[in-house]
Design a protein around this ligand. Structure first.
Ligand SMILES: [Zn+2]
Ligand SMILES: [Zn+2]
Length: 234
């Protein structure tokens, strides 16, 4: 409901509706502090939060038994509560004014988890062409463009292309997701990718099947490394 209010009063907090949040963005301090940040300890590879006190480098059992193609994945917040509401509004209800706020979460995650990371360019997970036309924009592309600006790295637009529709993954099991996205991505501009370290942006990471398949295509095209960054983690 509060997000719907935002259509009428675009400078209201997307969480509680407070007018003109002091943060200058679309969330007030109270709602910002409600976001469930992802914090260490994490799996060094996939970024899955770990429990308890871990002071050494930790790899989760899933990554140990089946290492992902990407070098690392990190996310800003857990996919719940307000973060979930905002991402759904952004993705399915054209709430594109939330792009700045979501980019801010992405940037905070970059600083928290990837500070000092050596990367050469930013790319994003693509939508299939018909889906993109329906939606009118690629939400991951907007976030990637915003982040590229903030970290002063070039954005490789359309570095990846989705060569077939994969539908929604939400009702699939982890194993089904892997099969569903297999071979779904093709690389463009491979000369620009060769030997580059790519920061791959998406809105949400759930099992990681999609970003892993993107990483596979990027690595096959000669990318030297693929680091994944998402706003949220499901
Ligand atoms: Zn608020
Ligand atoms: Zn892991």
């Amino acid at each position: 409901m509060s997000i719907i209010l935002d259509v009428i009063f675009p400078r209201n907090c997307a969480g509680c509706g407070t007018r003109d949040p002091e943060t200058g963005g679309h969330l007030c301090w109270d709602c910002l502090s409600e976001l469930n940040l992802i914090q260490a300890p994490l799996c060094d590879r996939c970024g899955a939060p770990a429990f308890g006190e871990i002071h050494h480098r930790y790899i989760c059992s899933a990554c140990a038994s089946n290492p992902p193609v990407y070098d690392a994945a990190r996310a800003g917040v857990h996919y719940d509560g307000l973060a979930r509401e905002m991402l759904q509004a952004f993705k399915y209800h054209e709430a594109i004014w939330l792009a700045d706020e979501l980019t801010r979460i992405l940037y905070a995650a970059y600083l928290a988890h990837y500070d000092g990371l050596e990367c050469d360019a930013v790319a994003c997970v693509p939508l299939f062409s018909t889906r993109r036309r329906e939606r009118g924009f690629n939400q991951a592309g907007m976030l990637a463009a915003g982040l590229a600006r903030l970290i002063s790295k070039p954005l490789i637009r359309n570095a990846l292309k989705r060569v077939r529709p994969t539908g929604t993954q939400t009702r699939l099991t982890a194993a089904e997701r892997v099969v569903n996205v297999k071979g779904a991505f093709r690389v463009r501009w491979d000369k620009w990718l060769e030997a580059r370290r790519i920061l791959l942006v998406d809105d949400i990471m759930t099992t990681g099947a999609t970003v892993n398949e993107c990483a596979r295509a990027l690595r096959a095209a000669g990318a030297a490394a693929v680091y994944v960054l998402t706003v949220a983690r499901g």
